[in-house]
Design a protein around this ligand. Structure first.
Ligand code: BES
Ligand code: ZN
Ligand code: ZN
Length: 478
């Protein structure tokens, strides 16, 4: 999709169809054909007037994310037509940079389709979007630096789609070694360093918890370490991703219905890859490390078992009481690795870690857990600028006691049924050193990472959760 800005008046731009976003307060609604057709401009409501070759799309209120959604609706609607190009003007309702950015992102996110496994690809004819830099009244846009905003929005939305595509890829096609190849490929195309450890390397690093989880898989586990290293960075940030290319539950096997879609369990890793892509394309003045634990959790004679005691990289022992709580075991080792190798100012981990987080916050919201209230607040602000939804879940010392083990340092599951998202994060906290407590934040993306029924600009499948909010947050580092 080619998106450009043109300094001509809308009428002088050559494109086949026009898109007009309307608020329900718009005067357009009171007279003429739109009112005859009963168009009320409710959110994402569309009305196409063929005589004017114009598609009207409703927007409920002047909120950035509603523009993102409306742009996605416009592109999805027009993808059923045969037009090749669309144009739109600046207007008094899209008068700030956040709205312009949201529209560009909405077009790109809305155009995403996952058809890798379809024999017949239904490719849209629409290939070009032209924004006039002027309003219909011939005034120049009030948004300064339109071109810069356009370039940035493209990077963010394309990185989100890149993450979606990886998440959607099947476990047969995307196993740990393949993920390592994808990371190397990304590093080759961008200016990133990439180091990969296979099972021998993991053994040398004493990453036995991670190794044990992957033992029954026919695929070797991989640790992937990407880095973006600009000169004189403003800060150093480590991003750790859960990369379970498949989670069958292991010997604590998931029931059949819950196993379907567990290719999604690599979403944290895929988000880290998407973030690294965007960070390098934007050349952010921040040193960013992406560390991925890529593992497949399977069953077999060699599988790790409930009752095993594992020894993590930092020497702490873990009693396994449920092999389906595997993500935290992989992350424990990866967090130790990150803290040992990188002296970071911030340490974030991304994981589809618990069903309990989905119970707590619903399908659309990422659970943020951290000791630092400031960190949670700054991430919530960044998220709301990008249309991602987050909710903070609080730690407390009583819940932490539920991870007590009679025979090892800690158990991999809680001994009580409630508060599972928090106890999972508190398990991870056990592997965060005292100096790093205030620097660490955990993102449980189990709810939003994978979409079972489309919402907003998110189609069925991977959503790219975590990518836009994190790049926004990293861009704000002063
Ligand atoms: N990958 C799952 C969590 C998950 C569930 C992600 C649903 C997305 C949707 C994780 O490894 C898991 O199985 N967690 C268990 C933990 C339990 C055994 C303590 C869960 O949430 O049930
Ligand atoms: Zn699991
Ligand atoms: Zn899992």
């Amino acid at each position: 999709m080619k998106i450009s800005i043109n300094d001509n008046h809308l009428y002088d731009i050559n494109a086949e169809v026009t898109v007009v976003f309307t608020l329900d307060t718009s005067e357009l609604l009171h007279e003429g054909v739109l009112s005859e057709l009963g168009y009320k401009a409710t959110q994402d409501e569309t009305c196409y007037i063929s005589e004017f070759k114009t598609l009207y799309v409703g927007i409920e209120a002047k909120e950035h994310d509603l523009f993102r959604s409306a742009a996605a609706t416009a592109i999805k609607t027009l993808s059923k037509f045969n037009y090749k190009s669309l144009k739109l003007a600046q207007s008094d309702i899209n008068d700030d940079e956040g709205i312009f950015t949201a529209l560009v992102e909405g077009f790109i996110l809305g155009a995403y389709k996952f058809d890798a496994y379809k024999s017949e690809k239904s490719e849209s004819t629409l290939k070009e979007i032209i924004f006039s830099s002027k309003t219909l009244e011939d005034e120049k846009s009030e948004v300064p630096h339109l071109e810069e905003a356009l370039a940035r929005a493209k990077v963010l939305a394309i990185a989100t789609n890149y993450t979606r595509e990886l998440v959607n890829t099947t476990p047969e096609d995307l196993f740990p070694l393949k993920l390592a190849h994808i990371a190397k490929d990304l590093a080759g195309k961008h200016d990133l360093e990439c180091k990969v450890l296979g099972e021998a390397g993991l053994k040398d690093e004493n990453m036995n918890a991670m190794l044990d989880v992957g033992r029954a898989s026919r695929h070797e586990s991989q640790l992937i370490h990407l880095s973006h290293k600009p000169k004189n960075p403003r800060a150093v940030v480590s991003l750790i991703g859960k990369g379970l290319t498949y989670d069958s539950g292991g010997l604590s096997l998931k029931p059949s219905a819950s196993m379907v879609s567990m290719k999604l369990d690599k979403s944290g890793a895929c988000a880290v890859l998407g973030i690294m892509k965007a960070v390098s394309e934007l050349n952010l003045p921040v040193e960013v490390h992406g560390i991925i634990g890529a593992v497949e959790n399977m069953i077999g004679g060699d599988a790790y078992k409930p009752d095993d005691v594992l020894r993590a990289k930092n020497g702490k022992t873990i009693e396994v009481r449920n092999t389906d709580a595997e993500g935290r075991l992989v992350l424990a080792d990866c967090l130790c690795y990150a803290q040992e190798k990188i002296e970071a100012d911030y340490i974030f981990d991304y994981a589809t870690l618990t069903g309990a987080c989905v119970v707590a916050l619903g399908n659309y919201t990422t659970g943020l857990m951290a000791h630092s209230t400031k960190l949670k607040h700054s991430m919530s602000r960044a998220a709301s600028n990008t249309g991602e939804l987050v909710g903070a879940l609080p730690f407390n010392r009583y819940l932490k006691k539920q991870l007590k083990s009679e025979i090892a340092d800690i158990s991999n599951i809680s001994n009580k049924p409630y508060g599972g998202a928090i106890t999972a994060a508190q398990f991870l906290d056990y592997f965060i050193t005292d100096e790093n407590k205030q620097k660490w934040m955990h993102f449980d993306i189990a709810g939003p990472a994978y979409v079972e029924s489309a919402w907003g600009y998110n189609p069925y499948g991977g959503s790219g959760a975590g990518v836009r909010m994190t790049v926004e947050w990293l861009s704000n580092i002063k």
